[in-house]
Design a protein. Structure first.
Lengths: 251, 500
């Protein structure tokens, strides 16, 4: 017992006091900025492993980007990845970053459903389904609840049963073999319910896009409430995205 | 002519230099090799030729540091082959895969069931919802089905228990839910960067392990020798990954025995280690760090100082927590003698990694088939003998401390960055390469075969989980079903690494 108390004392405070303003250490690859510098655009497009870069104007789709950073190494004067981890949004088009536009990626409050603000702003229980996820996004979702990020302080938690959940968090490119279990799990969640896509694989298929082993038809039939890009997602991206989703709509 | 060709780890050979045996000789040669405990099967797979199926078997000899490669060509229509598995169970998963993918029917395979319901399987009518579970007809026994979706934030897989009251008599594990067709994508995606990123995505908790296997294989195929700074970065990443995941697993083991202090402290101790990956390469899982023929993220003296400081802070807190748990009766009561894998079981199923090392088998690629800086390490694998959950907890502790020692030694002299590296040549035509690494879970094996134009013809991946899932099924027999979560966590096997 005394040993346990000593350990507690030695740990001190481990939580991040303000997850909305804290800075990430090191050289994180967050929201990219694309300058208007002219470059060999054909080479730039050809370089991207997931066809996330398009032209006229030059743009990166963060829903497809696997954040390998190769474009920024090849064309440092054109593309720079910033430390900005707030890249979640509820509008698919907002994930497309265009040259010369240096705006933050934000949620559109008009697209947040009324019941999300009404029922979930103080408490949100989520069921996670990994549908071909490689376990990196799953590790980061678990990290959201650890003593450092401590998402539980906002009433946001993962629960064991869809019956207890207010929504579903999907990771992975959605395999054919997980298509049915995913649908069953979603159907088991009571209304109203939300859908969050966590990670580039879930948003577009990522590096697996076009694989014959996938079945992404679930996404055609449902409205997505939040897109959280990343490979894997950063816990701060996820927490800030979800907080915006449940808090941003007024009235 | 010899029955086999002996190669070293990461050696490229001409495909035609692999002897082709009659199937009967192929079978007796490879199964008899396993009667020596120094030999184990690192890969056995098939790939289609125009009118037949080519089988390639790779047996590693851990004492002579060689891998013995042999092959056979069979007609699939023959449909009645004796199995390797009837002689030695270690081949069971590989023959099940050959059966599933190509329709080869074995006459005497003990457990010829689907592996992962791959999209390109031979029998498209068989689907994942119809898996033929082992059945019982008893009024006393009952079945418990768990999954594919589990209570925690983890990957999917189905566990079917047959229980007598609270006691587990039998567990059958059905996987395949995570199948993304990744081996096929290796061939279809033509850019090296795409393949490099695919390797990072085989198992996102083993980025350094699988990506090092891929880049070492690819560089060998291209006849490229990695500079010492590339080898240094890969070795360092492998050991850092081991520390990070082992620490996270200690946290999860504490969670599963409801010891919250251990769970929180080990959980937060993992954070600075994975954050260091982010400081080094911009990604907490080390994605982007390891690239064939190059490295964007030089490990500078400044990073070495930061890492030294990190361990100075890490070690006292870590040690204090470990000392507490290792003497805590309520924790030990849950860990000791739970989920035992015996030495005989581990040998018979061809276990690798922590599962093998905790059952008295000294099997570690870093010692037996060293690559990169491990050639200079004289690595001594940590071996435990009880094969229980506590052994698998202890080995994590000892491997963490061993890896910290290795890293402290390595960061005394970080190598200078090489500039003007030569570009990679195209891969050699008609070749075969095999690459082994010791990821934190255990042995990873990648194999590649090129065609006459030097294009990738076939890519095969083996995560250590392929061997070890059966160990979990055996370990829980006669345990209480309430101990299943802690047993499962103590192995921490990969679903996506298995399903590919």
């Amino acid at each position: 017992m005394i040993g346990n108390i000593k350990i507690l004392m030695h740990q001190g405070k481990q939580y991040i006091p303000d997850v909305t303003t804290t800075e990430v250490p090191g050289i994180f690859r967050g929201r990219p900025e694309i300058s208007t510098e002219p470059v060999d655009s054909i080479a730039l497009v050809d370089l991207c492993p997931t066809d996330a870069i398009r032209l006229n104007p030059v743009q990166i789709d963060l829903g497809k980007c696997v954040f390998c950073g190769e474009c920024a190494f090849a064309f440092p004067e054109k593309i720079k990845f910033t430390l900005d981890y707030k890249i979640a949004t509820n509008q698919r088009e907002s994930l497309i970053v265009k040259e010369g536009e240096y705006n933050n990626i934000i949620l559109n409050p008009d697209l947040i459903r009324e019941e999300i603000a009404k029922y979930f702003s103080g408490s949100l229980k989520l069921r996670q389904v990994s549908a071909g996820g490689d376990n990196s996004c799953e590790l980061e979702l678990n990290a959201c609840g650890n003593v450092n990020f401590d998402m539980g302080r906002f009433g946001i938690e993962f629960v064991a049963s869809p019956r207890h959940a207010d929504g579903i968090v999907i990771t992975g490119p959605i395999t054919e073999n997980m298509a049915e279990p995913l649908q069953i799990c979603y159907d088991a969640i009571p209304h109203p319910k939300i859908i969050i896509l966590a990670g580039t694989d879930a948003i577009s298929g990522g590096i697996f896009a076009g694989s014959p082993a996938l079945n992404r038809s679930f996404l055609n039939n449902h409205k997505i409430d939040l897109y959280v890009p990343g490979n894997p997602i950063h816990p701060l991206t996820f927490i800030n995205g979800v907080l915006e989703l449940i808090r941003k709509r007024k009235g | 002519m010899s029955d086999y060709i002996a190669i070293k780890n990461n050696e490229t050979i001409l495909l035609e230099s692999i002897p082709v045996l009659r199937y009967e000789d192929f079978l007796s040669f490879n199964t008899s090799l396993l009667s020596n405990e120094a030999n184990h099967c690192v890969h056995y797979f098939g790939y289609p030729l125009p009118d037949k199926l080519k089988l390639i078997c790779c047996i590693a000899n851990d004492e002579e540091n060689t891998i013995l490669i042999s092959s056979s060509e069979i007609k699939v229509e023959l449909n009645s082959l004796p199995s390797f598995s009837a002689q030695h169970l270690a081949f069971h998963i590989f023959e099940r895969e050959i059966h599933e993918n190509f329709g080869v029917a074995y006459t005497d395979h003990p457990w010829l069931k689907p592996v992962r319901y791959a999209f390109d399987r031979a029998d498209r009518n068989s689907t994942i919802g119809q898996y033929p579970f082992y059945q019982i007809n008893s009024e006393e026994l009952h079945e418990v089905g768990v999954g594919p979706i589990h209570a925690g934030v983890i990957e999917p897989g189905h566990f079917r228990f047959i229980c007598n009251g609270e006691q587990i008599l039998h567990l059958e594990i059905q996987l395949g839910y995570q199948h993304r067709g990744i081996e096929n994508l290796f061939v279809r995606k033509k850019k090296l960067l795409q393949r490099n990123i695919l390797a990072e995505s085989i198992a996102g908790d083993t980025v350094a392990g699988h990506t090092t296997a891929f880049v070492n294989l690819w560089e060998s195929l291209c006849g490229y020798t990695a500079d010492d700074d590339l080898q240094y970065a890969r070795t360092l990443a492998l050991e850092l990954e081991r520390i990070a995941i082992h620490t996270g697993d200690l946290s999860a083991i504490c969670t599963d025995i409801a010891y919250q202090l251990g769970s929180s402290v080990f959980g937060r101790l993992r954070t600075p280690v994975i954050n260091f990956f982010q400081v080094w390469c911009g990604n907490r899982m080390a994605k982007g760090l390891i690239r064939a023929g190059k490295n964007h993220f030089h490990f500078s003296g400044e990073l070495a100082d930061q890492l030294r400081k990190l361990f100075d802070d890490f070690e006292p807190d870590y040690q204090e927590m470990w000392n507490e748990i290792k003497e805590l009766p309520s924790a030990l009561a849950r860990l000791e003698k739970t989920g035992v894998v015996t030495h005989e079981q581990a040998v018979s199923i061809g276990a690798v990694g922590m599962t093998a090392k905790t059952a008295g088998i000294k099997r570690d690629i870093r010692a037996s088939h060293p690559h990169d800086l491990y050639r200079q390490f004289n690595h001594q694998p940590i071996v435990k003998h009880h094969g229980d959950v506590y052994s698998r907890t202890q080995i994590r502790n000892e491997e963490i401390l061993q890896s910290i020692d290795y890293i402290r030694e390595m960061i005394k002299n970080p190598p200078d960055v090489h500039i003007n590296r030569p570009p990679l040549s195209p891969p050699k035509p008609d070749s075969f390469t095999l690459s082994l690494t010791e990821g934190w879970r255990g042995e990873i094996c990648h194999c590649a075969i090129t065609n006459g134009n030097g294009e990738l013809l076939h890519y095969k991946i083996k995560d250590p989980s392929m061997h070890n899932w059966l160990a979990l099924a055996l370990a829980v027999r006669n345990n209480e079903i309430s101990d299943f979560p802690i047993c499962n966590k103590s192995f921490d096997l990969s679903y996506c690494g298995h399903d590919l």
